[in-house]
Design a binder for this molecule. Structure first.
Ligand SMILES: Cc1ncc(COP(=O)(O)O)c(C=O)c1O
Length: 392
């Protein structure tokens, strides 16, 4: 049923989309002074200068027109080379669509592959967009619990138990938002085998693949189940380019063709000069030097936060090896996640995201982002420690 705002009728599918539950918390925080937000889900770094220069140059050279819907050939070639160089994976330009970030890649995958009544297995906790994408595609989300004792990786036996005749897709996201977890190769292989045995698609969302610590490695799903994987990836986190809206999907050619049909009438193409800058991002060694610098900085911050959390009463921490998040266990405080976030905001003026924003299994956890300058991070940790000590 359409729903009515004060004046207008809006389609039901829009009513189904749930806006982020943490908006209220952020709104309250924005009205307070001297608040430090560790709720941020994007790099605090600026885009590397060489990439910015490439965009400016492209504009001056006249890259101001439409491009092919799938994206310019040179960018798709650069993406192809990237998978060969980093992971030894062979793909062709026709396996790639350039999208407005991983958000669009994910949306296109859901819309192109799922129909009413199809089931899609989505981890819990998980990044917020998958469940909403499923609802818009009229598919049924089935949640797969990720447990701290399994390092927030799926248990393949539990995955198998959730599979029915209607299961069409499973979502995987490593390094993970919100837990910071990485995935072991044996679990990647197990998921790939299940997908092949039951003929299920895997949507693998991998925008944090370059933010790995403590010697952790990334195992791209594409390598293990190339015929079943739709890979969503992005320049947003890797090159600190969230505002540019540049990402891509890699999938079997027939799937990409379907995705292009929808993309052609929604986005048309990603801004042409931004695609040209994307080529520089991937091919210029200067960009990769900048990525490594950012990774090192995240690594130091991660160490700082983990050390502080270890000293705090009532807090237990799983030590994540990826992304820029820590999913801290707050169960011993006796507070629920939302209550804890509100308490911390009032008491210490620090924003952390309640784990329940990412699903029911997030109860008892809060997500701490360390995509914040070191001094602020230290100040926030001091405040949090003091507040918790006063709880004793
Ligand atoms: C796991 C995950 N997927 C996708 C996105 C969306 O990224 P993009 O900016 O590429 O659309 C985000 C952003 O926070 C994310 O954390």
């Amino acid at each position: 049923m359409r729903y009515k705002t004060r004046t207008y009728f809006i389609a039901e599918r829009i009513a189904l989309i749930q806006r982020s539950k943490i908006r209220e918390l952020f709104e309250r925080a924005s009205k307070m002074e001297n608040v430090i937000s560790l709720g941020i889900g994007e790099p605090d770094f600026d885009t590397p200068q060489n990439i910015k220069e490439a965009a400016k140059k492209a504009l001056d050279e006249g890259w101001t027109h439409y491009t092919p819907n799938a994206g310019i050939l040179e960018l798709r070639q650069a993406i192809k080379e990237y998978y060969k160089d980093f992971y030894g994976i062979d793909i062709s330009e026709s396996n790639i669509i350039v999208t407005a970030g991983a958000y669009e890649a994910t949306y296109l995958a859901f819309e192109s592959l799922l129909e009413k009544g199809d089931e899609v297995i989505i981890p819990d906790p998980a990044f917020v967009c998958y469940v909403e994408d499923a609802k818009v595609a009229e598919a049924t989300p089935i949640r797969l619990a990720l447990k701290e004792e399994n390092n927030f990786q799926p248990d393949p036996d539990e995955l198998l138990e959730l599979i029915t005749k209607r299961t069409r897709m499973i979502v995987v996201n490593y390094p993970n938002n919100p837990t910071g977890a990485t995935i072991d190769e044996k679990i990647v292989k197990a998921i790939a085998d299940i997908a092949q045995d039951y003929n299920i698609y895997i949507l693998s969302d991998e925008p944090y693949e370059h933010f790995l610590y403590d010697g952790a490695k990334h195992y791209p799903m594409l390598k293990y189940a190339p015929e079943h994987t739709i890979l969503a990836n992005s320049f947003s986190k890797t090159f600190a380019m969230t505002g540019w809206r540049l990402g891509f999907a890699v999938a079997p050619e027939e799937i990409i063709k379907g995705m292009i049909k929808l993309h052609a009438y929604v986005i048309g193409n990603v801004a042409s000069f931004i695609q040209v800058a994307g080529v520089t991002a991937l091919r210029d060694p200067k960009s990769w030097e900048a990525v490594e610098k950012m990774r090192k900085e995240y690594e130091e911050r991660r160490e700082i936060v983990l050390n502080y959390l270890k000293e705090m009463p009532y807090i237990k921490t799983f030590e994540p090896k990826g992304a820029f998040y820590i999913f801290a266990n707050i169960k011993e405080t006796g507070m629920k996640s939302e209550q804890f976030s509100e308490w911390l905001l009032e008491k210490a003026k620090v924003v952390v995201v309640p784990g329940t924003a990412f699903g029911k299994q997030g109860e008892g956890y809060v997500r701490i982002s360390y995509a914040t300058k070191k001094e602020k991070l230290i100040e926030a940790m001091e405040r949090m420690k003091k507040a918790l000590e006063e709880l004793k």
